[in-house]
Design a protein around this ligand. Structure first.
Ligand code: PGA
Length: 247
């Protein structure tokens, strides 16, 4: 049975209060269309989450954060806990994005601790994995990504979403080929089934990395691609609407 599609906008360190217009246009684009077959979410920077929660009201659009700490509270200057994110209305949290793995030295162990913390509060972790250009060129892409899946995902619960994002495809305009996407998503699917049994079939696997209005339809039609994690194109109302439409 095919999983529904999940389209998530990762705003990264972009956006301001004026992006209310973008949020409103996402609400228009999704009105009457959201169901188990189509979910749409946005992940703005921390300071705006609460504000956009009010804008989204009962729209059914998921609201998320781009990171979190794995501890509940304490001396962690600059960090944000899952309880805080839950209180301001988040239901999804991105963990292990390659920009955090690279710039904040987050390894699989930290990503797994974050994903566990997200699950423990009843939110859904969007767990990012992906190989670098060097790793792909050396023929190690599948091995690297499957290692990340095994070590970054909590073992106990399949209530997770995976985002496969080749590092070299993020923000570059270079999309992985349909063959490479299909091969990787199948490998991830098989790994999830070996971890979670039949429940691994139901884990959504998103593709991310230069998804845009022009290529979304082709990417979303590939086997085992259950949605997209969209960076740059999620900040343009018409492009994001087209991507949602393509799902
Ligand atoms: P991009 O970013 O769509 O701008 O390539 C995707 C991501 O980093 O999640």
């Amino acid at each position: 049975m095919a999983n529904g599609k999940f389209i998530i906008g990762n705003w990264k360190m972009n956006g301001d209060f004026a992006h209310k217009d973008l949020v409103k246009s996402i609400m228009v684009a999704t009105e009457g269309k959201l169901s188990d077959n189509l979910k749409v979410g946005i992940c703005p920077p921390f300071p705006y989450i609460s504000y956009f929660k009010d804008v989204l009201e009962q729209s059914g659009v998921n609201l998320g954060a781009q990171d979190c700490h794995f501890n509940e509270k304490g001396a962690h200057t600059g960090d944000v806990s899952i309880s805080m994110l839950k209180e301001v209305g988040c239901d999804i949290v991105i963990v292990g994005h390659s920009e955090r793995r690279a710039n904040h030295f987050e390894n699989d162990e930290i990503v797994c601790a974050k994903a566990n913390a997200v699950l423990s509060k009843g939110l859904i972790p969007i767990i990012c994995v992906g190989e670098t250009d060097e790793q792909r060129k050396s023929g190690k892409a599948i091995e690297i990504v499957l290692g990340q899946v095994s070590n970054s995902c909590p073992k106990e619960s399949p209530n997770i979403v995976i985002a496969y994002e080749p590092v070299w495809a993020i923000g570059t305009g270079n999309v992985a080929s349909p063959q490479d996407i299909e091969e990787m998503h199948l490998a991830i699917r098989e790994r999830l089934i070996s971890m979670f049994g039949a429940a691994g079939e139901g884990v959504q696997i998103l593709y991310g990395g230069s998804v845009n209005a022009a290529n979304a339809k082709e990417i979303l039609a590939i086997a085992n691609v259950d949605g997209a994690l969209v960076g740059g194109a999620s900040l343009k109302a018409s492009d994001f609407a087209t991507i949602i439409e393509s799902a």
